[in-house]
Design a protein around this ligand. Structure first.
Ligand code: AMP
Length: 336
């Protein structure tokens, strides 16, 4: 199991990460700490990045990628990492997913500790009265909070689209937060059925065994061109076109797709196709317009009869669905 934890400075991310590390025997990979260690140990890389870090800007994505790959590639850390401070932008998020793919791993859960700025300010002033910490002045705290919000928002959105994100109310007592995190981890580990069988079996089934595209859970064992047709508004033709456009083999199984490919499909469908609720809404508006106009097609819609001249004397008595009897006419008997 690999996790990512997000949270503004002062949200209690450290406390929660420690809790998860101890309880589930994982390793916390804080890129900030790894980088600071490089500087402390005066390595070549350390010398290169010391000015960048002290100025507060981000180190290049390539440097961080190499550091992160050092961990992901080792057997000791396989499926045992909590990423903290990484990824910091969409490019890093995509890189992380490629790296994990390369070493046959994936992200199982993304936690976001959500805390308001007012609470952060309160916590900082309490901490200030206990220990004198140079970086904890209120203004710096506000600035760091805002930078965090702005920079991580797109990354968090990326994981939300992949349906991996859990937002946790970080304003509650620590043990309640621990409990909520444990519950989420239990779901992915597959042993939460004991706690609340129906709710969590359902959650496990829908969230972790199926890919979610355009708000629809698509079947994991089917080939992608067929699976996409489970989305209302996508037929076989469009589904094949989508695959070709995104260079995804039409016969790849959904559960073999990478997170990146699923995200690409989601984005493509969102921008190029009208599906599900939007499509249903558009169709019903069009029908309503025909009915309001009292046009021929409108009247046929009203009577639930075929609108485009199909024969209704003996067959096609209705639109799609079971045949219904129309006043004065018997249902056509089935041919023997
Ligand atoms: P942190 O302790 O996570 O706040 O990180 C301290 C500093 O390390 C940051 O200001 C960045 O310069 C650098 N750093 C940490 N993580 C990353 C990352 N994922 N990408 C780029 N730079 C990073």
């Amino acid at each position: 199991m690999n996790l990512i934890i997000f949270g503004p400075p002062g949200a209690g991310k450290g406390t929660q990460a420690d809790f998860i590390v101890n309880k589930y025997d994982l390793f916390q990979l804080s890129t900030g700490e790894v980088l600071r260690n490089e500087i402390k140990n005066k390595t070549e890389l350390g010398k290169e990045i010391s000015t960048i870090i002290s100025s507060g800007t981000l180190v290049s994505d390539d440097i961080v990628k190499k550091l992160v790959e050092n961990f992901i590639s080792k057997n000791k850390y396989k499926n045992r990492l909590i990423f903290d401070g990484y990824p910091r932008n969409i490019n890093q998020a995509r890189t992380l997913s490629q790296l994990l793919d390369k070493y046959e791993q994936k992200i199982d859960l993304v936690l976001k500790l959500s805390v308001s700025l007012t609470t952060i300010k309160k916590r900082i002033s309490e901490r200030l009265s206990l220990e004198k910490r140079a970086d904890d002045s209120a203004e710096i705290a506000i600035k760091r909070f805002k930078t965090y919000e702005e920079s991580t928002e797109p990354v968090i959105d990326y994981y939300k689209k992949l349906n991996l994100l859990k937002v946790i109310d970080g304003e509650r007592p620590i043990d309640q937060i621990n409990k909520e995190i444990s519950d989420y981890i239990a779901i992915i580990e597959g042993w939460l059925c004991e706690i609340s069988p129906y709710k969590y079996v359902f959650v496990t089934y829908t969230q972790f065994t199926m890919a979610r595209i355009a708000g629809i859970n698509i079947p994991p064992n089917k080939i992608v061109s067929i699976a996409l047709t489970y989305i209302h508004g996508i037929g076989l033709h469009s589904s094949k076109l989508i695959c070709n456009k995104l260079n995804i083999p039409v016969d790849a199984r959904v559960n073999k797709l990478t997170e990146d490919q699923i995200l690409k499909i989601t984005e493509y469908i969102n921008t190029n196709h009208k599906v599900e609720g939007d499509l249903r809404r558009e169709i019903s508006i069009n029908i309503k317009r025909l009915v309001d106009l009292a046009s021929y097609r409108g009247s046929r819609h009203k009577k639930k009869l075929p609108v485009r001249g199909q024969r209704t004397h003996s067959n096609a008595r209705t639109r799609k669905g079971k045949a219904i009897a129309i006043a004065g006419k018997k249902l056509t008997p089935l041919k023997k």
